[in-house]
Structures are given as structure tokens and as C-alpha cells.
Design a protein around this ligand. Structure first.
Ligand SMILES: [Zn+2]
Length: 505
């Protein structure tokens, strides 16, 4: 089976920050999990490079928009391996293959009668590259996201007849309650539609940095439609020369942040309907990682507000896995929540270093000391097996709904269960009692097996450290079926385990 997942494409005008990393890691956890299930996964990320903000920034710097885009796109491309993100392709909207497909698809929208020329006047945020509806305008005509004054713009544009899709979109939402997840975002999109859809600009006339409108080359397409189409166009050219659209479309998941809900949950399905293209299965809309300022007020993590928690610093000091773990453990994926270096440090020490890293090193040390470095070839503890029963299926069902935090919570509850088991059994005491030899063997075999099974489930979250631990446990299988407690066998030799979550220097 094919599984297709996307992140938003990141606007090249920004510098990569934790918000970008957050979405990319979320999609990566889901992609890696689906690969564990044997799915044929295509995972797409990339950069959005057209539009007025890029043209303006290039002008300020005295370079061409293409030069600026080339330079900045590279920073996002380089971010992915740093985050251990396993994307299959990195699309740029300046890719020739993308531009050709955008023109083809929007020409079809035009030919299907969903486009007309008209005069647009409205409040426009140049940073969002978006005209704001009345409900979206902040105090004193400012952008509520960027907190800058909006511009009054008036120009002749091509319009997309969004209003004619009102009924079809209502039917979509009423018929498919998991089209948008989580529920709170579904409701937000549904009520935006219920509020009445107005036609939207499809092109800009005063701009030439974009994909030219084929039936009116004085215009370029409005950057949002060009950008949204990346999800569809990439499949036609990402695998050099092989068009894999039929294999992977419709997408299983678009993972996005809540600030771009309207474009994805309303404009995007309408545009696809207008072009006779099937709709994606699910959109998952996540919240913001917030930071508290000195006054205790929470802010969106954003470069422009100057409150960036530097993910690069965290990765340098603590490793990529620690960042990947923390983001989804600290804040329930889908909701807004606060992150801080304080809670990061707490979770790193108490959960990653102690509950998991220390459990692993203790278990391996005891097998080394008491069992000659071989996992005892005996049956696992039935009681412990019962506590692990059904866990892989439970995790899979949660991740099918992008409930990344809930799945991690279920796994971590068993990490804690293993820690309690060590304390209950006290193998170091059993080792001193010749009559307890069999119990010691059962205990160490069960610890090794529990650790192995959980580590298979944790591998999408923390690919690097789980890889090291599975290698040390002598069983590197990653498929989901191998995550069943009891699927591993005893008798194998254990290897060296470097400290997984050491104290930073
Ligand atoms: Zn804005």
C-alpha cells in the first residue's frame, strides 16, 4: 500500500526555526511509522519561493529573487538531515516541473469556467501574502500574526469562483468527519465555510516573481495557489522521469500549522474540485509552540517576534533525538503549548537520561555481569507480557490519526512499567541468592525484551538512539510486528552501548 504525507513547503524568506522543525519532525514520525508497517511511503517537504515578500527582500538586498531563493532554500534543505527527517523529495516551487504542472492545472480550472477577471480591493499583509477578511484584521488594521500595518491594495486580478464551491465543501465536511483533524480545527474550518465563501484572487498583476498565468501572461498566479499545488505536482517529476501521481495521489496526510488552515482546509479542496482532482484523505492541523516572556505572557514561536528557542543549540548540546522527543512529549500535538529550556532540561534528565537511557544501560550491564553477556534463553514474565499486550496496534491506531503525543504517552507508560519491574525484582539481590537463578534469568530476559519492543516503537521518534540500543540488544528489526513483546528471542549476545543521553558538557 502507498502512503503519501507532506509538510507545508516553507517560505524561503524566513530563517529556519523551531516551528519549521516541529512540523517536519511530526511528519517524519508518521512517515517512519508507516515504513515500519511495510507501506510504500512518499514523504514530501520543500520550499515556497514565489510572491511579493521574496521579491521585496531580494530588492532590498540588491539580488535577483532567484538568487535569494537559491540561497535560502538551501538552508531548509540542509535542515532536514540535521533533524534526521527522512523526506523522499525536497520540492522547490521554482522547479521547472512544478511550474509547468501549475500552469496546466490552473488552465484546466480556467477552462472549466471557475475563473473571471475583476477588481480587487482589500487589506493585504505583505508578510502573509494574503488579503485579510474582516474577521482576520487585528486592531488598527494590523496583521494579527505579524503585528504590522496592513496595506490597502486595489488591483485588477483574476478571481477564483470559491463561492460556487460552498455547497460541495459543506457536503465534504458533513460527510467526512475526519477530513480535518483534530476536531477543534474541523469545526473552525466548517464554520468558516458556513460563514459564506467569497471569491478569491487567483493572480497578481503588479508582480512578476511567480508562475505566469498562461491565458494572461501579464499576471502571475497568486503565490498561495502556486504553493498549494506542490503537493500534487511533485509526484509527477520527483522520481526522475516517472510520473507517480496515480500511485500516491490522493495524499493520506497534509500536516500543517493552524495559521494556514484556511488555505488548506477551504481553498485547497475547492481548487482540486475545480480541477477535477481527487481530494486528500486528511489534513492534520497542529498548534503553536509558545514561549513565555518575562511577564508570563505566551507568544507564538516566531523569528519576527524575536523569541526564538534555537533548535540548533538544543541539537548541538543534547542531540537531535532529544529535540524530537521533547517537542511531542511536552506539548500535545494538535494543541498550543509552552516550551522552555527549563522543561526541556527536566524531561531530558528525568525521562530520557534516567527512565530510558539508564534503564537500557542497567539492563545491559546486568546481562553482562550476571549472564555472560547473553540474553537468557528462557520464557518472558507472563505478567509483564500482559501489560504490553496490544501496544503496537494501539500505537498504530493513534498514529493513523496523527495522535503523535498520545502514542508516545502509551509507549512511555511501559518504559515506566519496566522501571517499576526492575525495582520490584531487584535483580542485584536475586544475583546473590543461588535459589533465585531462574527468577534472575526470567527477569533479565523480560527486561531486555521489553526494552527491545519499546525501542522498536520509539524508533520513529528517536531514530538515532534507538538504532544504537537495538544494535546493542542484538536485534535490529524495525518492522511493527517486531514490536510485540515476546517477538524477540533469547540466547543472543549483547553489545556495547554508548551512553544514549549523556549529561551535556
Ligand atoms: Zn501577516
Amino acid at each position: 500500500m502507498a502512503f503519501y504525507i507532506t509538510t507545508p513547503i516553507y517560505y524561503v524568506n524566513a530563517a529556519p526555526h523551531l516551528g519549521h522543525a516541529y512540523t517536519a519532525i511530526a511528519a517524519d514520525v508518521m512517515a517512519r511509522h508507516q515504513r515500519q508497517r511495510g507501506e510504500d511511503v512518499f514523504f514530501l517537504t520543500g520550499t515556497d519561493e514565489h510572491g511579493e515578500p521574496v521579491a521585496l527582500a531580494a530588492e532590498r538586498e540588491g539580488v535577483s529573487p532567484q538568487e535569494l531563493a537559491d540561497r535560502n532554500a538551501e538552508r531548509f534543505r540542509a535542515l532536514m538531515p540535521q533533524l534526521d527527517v527522512s523526506n523522499d523529495y525536497f520540492i522547490r516551487t521554482t522547479d521547472e516541473g512544478h511550474k509547468v504542472r501549475v500552469q496546466e492545472i490552473l488552465q484546466r480550472v480556467h477552462d472549466n469556467g471557475h475563473v473571471y477577471k475583476g477588481m480587487y480591493e482589500g487589506w493585504y499583509c505583505p508578510r502573509c501574502a494574503d488579503f485579510k477578511t474582516d474577521a482576520e484584521i487585528g486592531p488598527d488594521n494590523t496583521c494579527p500574526i505579524h503585528r504590522i500595518p496592513l496595506d490597502r491594495e486595489r488591483e485588477e486580478n483574476w478571481f477564483f469562483r470559491l463561492s460556487t464551491f460552498q455547497e460541495q465543501l459543506e457536503q465534504l465536511y458533513d460527510g467526512q468527519s475526519d477530513f480535518v483533524l483534530p476536531k477543534v480545527r474541523f469545526n473552525e474550518a466548517r464554520s468558516f465555510i458556513a460563514g459564506g465563501l467569497q471569491d478569491v484572487s487567483l493572480s497578481r498583476a503588479k508582480l512578476n516573481w511567480g508562475v505566469p498565468v498562461p491565458w494572461d501572461p501579464e499576471h502571475v498566479f497568486y503565490v498561495w495557489f502556486d504553493a498549494l499545488l506542490n503537493y500534487y505536482t511533485a509526484l509527477s517529476f520527483a522520481h526522475d522521469g516517472t510520473d507517480e501521481t496515480d500511485k500516491f495521489w490522493p495524499a493520506d496526510f497534509h500536516v500543517i500549522g493552524k495559521d494556514i488552515l484556511k488555505f488548506h482546509a477551504v481553498f485547497w479542496p475547492a481548487m482540486l474540485l475545480a480541477a477535477d482532482i481527487p481530494l486528500p484523505e486528511h489534513l492534520f492541523i497542529h498548534g503553536f509552540l509558545l514561549m513565555k516572556d518575562a511577564s508570563g505572557e505566551e507568544h507564538k514561536m516566531s523569528k519576527s517576534l524575536g523569541n526564538v528557542l534555537d533548535p540548533f543549540e538544543v541539537m548541538d548540546q543534547f542531540g537531535t533525538d532529544a529535540l524530537r522527543y521533547y517537542c511531542f512529549r511536552e506539548v500535545s500535538f494538535g494543541l498550543d503549548g509552552s516550551v522552555s529550556t527549563t522543561t526541556f532540561g527536566e524531561r531530558y534528565t528525568s525521562e530520557l537520561a534516567n527512565e530510558y537511557g539508564n534503564l537500557a544501560s542497567r539492563t545491559l550491564n546486568m546481562i553482562g555481569r550476571y549472564c555472560d553477556g547473553k540474553v537468557p534463553d528462557v520464557a518472558v514474565e507472563p505478567q509483564l507480557a500482559a501489560d504490553f499486550d496490544g501496544l503496537p496496534a494501539e500505537v498504530a491506531a493513534l498514529l493513523d490519526r496523527a495522535e503523535i503525543t498520545q502514542a508516545l504517552d502509551r509507549i512511555w507508560a511501559r518504559v515506566r512499567r519496566l522501571n517499576r519491574y526492575v525495582e520490584e525484582k531487584a535483580p542485584w539481590k536475586l544475583a546473590k541468592d543461588p535459589d533465585a537463578a531462574a527468577e534472575l534469568q526470567t527477569t533479565l530476559r523480560s527486561l531486555a525484551e521489553g526494552l527491545r519492543a519499546l525501542t522498536v516503537l520509539l524508533s520513529p521518534y528517536m531514530p538515532e538512539s534507538t538504532g544504537k540500543l537495538l544494535a546493542a540488544l542484538g536485534d535490529e528489526r524495525l518492522e511493527l510486528s517486531a514490536a510485540e513483546f515476546g517477538d524477540g528471542s533469547g540466547g543472543g549476545s549483547i553489545g556495547e552501548l554508548p551512553p544514549l543521553f549523556p549529561k551535556p558538557q
